[in-house]
Structure formats: C-alpha cells, structure tokens
Design a protein around this ligand. Structure first.
Ligand SMILES: CC(C)(COP(=O)(O)OP(=O)(O)OC[C@H]1O[C@@H](n2cnc3c(N)ncnc32)[C@H](O)[C@@H]1OP(=O)(O)O)[C@@H](O)C(=O)NCCC(=O)NCCS
Length: 226
C-alpha cells in the first residue's frame, strides 16, 4: 500500500524543491506537486501534530464518516457505502489531490490519529479559504484539542501563505464548535440557511490574527518531515 504515497520526485530534484519551499515559505503551494510544502510537512502545536493524510487513516475516517451523530454535527448525511468501496475511493483521493485544498490528519503528540482538518476552496485571487475540522474521537472532546488544532492550522496558514481571510460555517446549534472557534479569535459575520440547516458564519482576518499574535506567543512551528 505504501507506494501510493511515495513521491515520484527523488534525489537532487526533491532536495532542490524542498530548498525552494523553505526559502519561499509565504507562497501558496499546490497539492498537485507531490513535494508541496504543506502536505509534506509536520506542523507541531503544543498538544497536537498536523501531518499529511495516509492510507492507514482510512479505518478511522470511515468510522467517523459513517457515524450519524458526527455527520449530523457537520450537516452532511452519514456514508452508507461499504469499507472496501470507501478504501478504493480513498486511495484514489490520496493520490490525486486537489490544488485548492490542503488536508491534514490531527494526531496527539504520541501519534494517535484523533481527527482531521483542512483548508479548502482556496481562492488566491480573493486571498481566502474555508476551514474545516473534525475531532472524530469523542474521548478528545472538550479537552482543548479542537482549539489547539484550529490555532495551529491558522498560524500555519498566515505564516506560510499569502491568504488574508479564513472563514467557516457551523450549525447554529453546535455550541461546542462556536465556543472552540471563538477561543481561536473567529468572529461571527452572518447567518446562512441551506438544505434545511441554519449555519453561523465566522471569519478570521490576517490583521486580527496579527493583533492577537502580538498579545500571545505563537505555538505552532513549521518543520519538515524526516
Ligand atoms: C467542534 C470540535 C472541533 C471542538 O473541538 P473540542 O476539542 O471538542 O473543543 P475544545 O475543547 O477546544 O473547546 C470546546 C469548548 O466548548 C465548551 N463546550 C462544550 N460543550 C458546550 C456546550 N454545549 N455549550 C457551550 N460550551 C460548550 C467546552 O467546555 C470548551 O470550552 P472551555 O475550554 O472554555 O471549557 C470537536 O468537538 C468536533 O470535531 N466535534 C464533532 C464534529 C463537529 O462538531 N463538527 C463541526 C465543526 S464545524
């Protein structure tokens, strides 16, 4: 299974590419490049790490996407396909990822995969992207992992890309999520109704993030995977 994740770029080319990434860290990098900086990096926060997705995540992801309570919180229907079909689609998606989306697994510092996060619908012209997060393992709810994940991802985005605005939507009724995003300095800017669901719309702009960052120590760090 491992070969699907290995890079077709090797040796000098790979080294050169990595050097380029490290020396131009504020560039928004595209996923179709198998050595693009974000997804080939580990981003470390105080209690979590964000790393690239891998095939071994499939079982957890399947369990979370077929869990009706979890998918309801995300306002999407639970998946009903079998695991083998899911695995086929999953393998395909890992290999052919989108240039407008960066996905990460969230793991504890001792390597337990507890959820996922991403920024997607990346619009370089508008300088914005949408943020998504799922802490799928309930044992890790209400312990600050969501806040830490969002903060680490936001720090990474504003430090490593030119994006100026990150937005998200969450169900009106999802007070845990609201609290989590507020703790990460997101502010509400509107409401939206879609498919019978009511959402709160929230955003965080680079300027606000900078102002908040001046008042606290940034915790995320950008390191390359060994
Ligand atoms: C939403 C989610 C990302 C939050 O992550 P988390 O690790 O559970 O959240 P945190 O512990 O960082 O913060 C949650 C805060 O909400 C509070 N909270 C929990 N339930 C609450 C409720 N019903 N009402 C008000 N506050 C609540 C917690 O006490 C905590 O605040 P505190 O740190 O001041 O005590 C995570 O729970 C999750 O992924 N849930 C399932 C999927 C989901 O909701 N997805 C929607 C995302 S848009």
């Amino acid at each position: 299974m491992e070969p699907i994740m290995s890079s077709p770029i090797g040796g000098r080319d790979a080294k050169e590419h990595l050097e380029q990434c490290l020396h131009h860290p504020r560039k928004v990098v595209h996923e179709e490049d198998p050595l693009s900086c974000p997804e080939n990096s580990v981003i470390t926060g105080n209690k979590i790490r964000l790393r690239k997705k891998k095939l071994a995540d499939a079982r957890n992801d399947y369990n979370w996407q077929t869990d009706a309570e979890l998918t309801r919180l995300d306002a999407v229907p639970a998946l009903t396909i079998g695991f083998m079909q899911y695995l086929l689609d999953y393998t395909w998606e890992l290999h052919f990822s989108s240039p407008t989306r960066h996905r990460f697994a969230v793991e504890t510092l001792d390597g337990k995969h507890i959820g996922n996060c991403s920024y997607y619908d990346i619009n370089e012209t508008k300088g914005e992207a949408e943020l998504g997060i799922l802490i799928g393992n309930r044992d890790y709810w209400d312990k600050g992992y969501g806040t830490e994940t969002v903060t680490t991802l936001i720090n990474h985005i504003f430090q490593q890309t030119n994006l100026n605005r990150i937005y998200l939507k969450t169900l009106d009724s999802n007070t845990r999520a609201h609290k989590c995003f507020q703790k990460c300095d997101f502010t509400q800017y509107g409401h939206m109704a879609r498919d019978g669901y009511n959402f709160v719309l929230m955003e965080l702009r680079r300027k606000q993030w900078q102002e908040q960052a001046e008042n606290r120590n940034l915790t995320g760090s950008f390191t390359t995977e060994s």
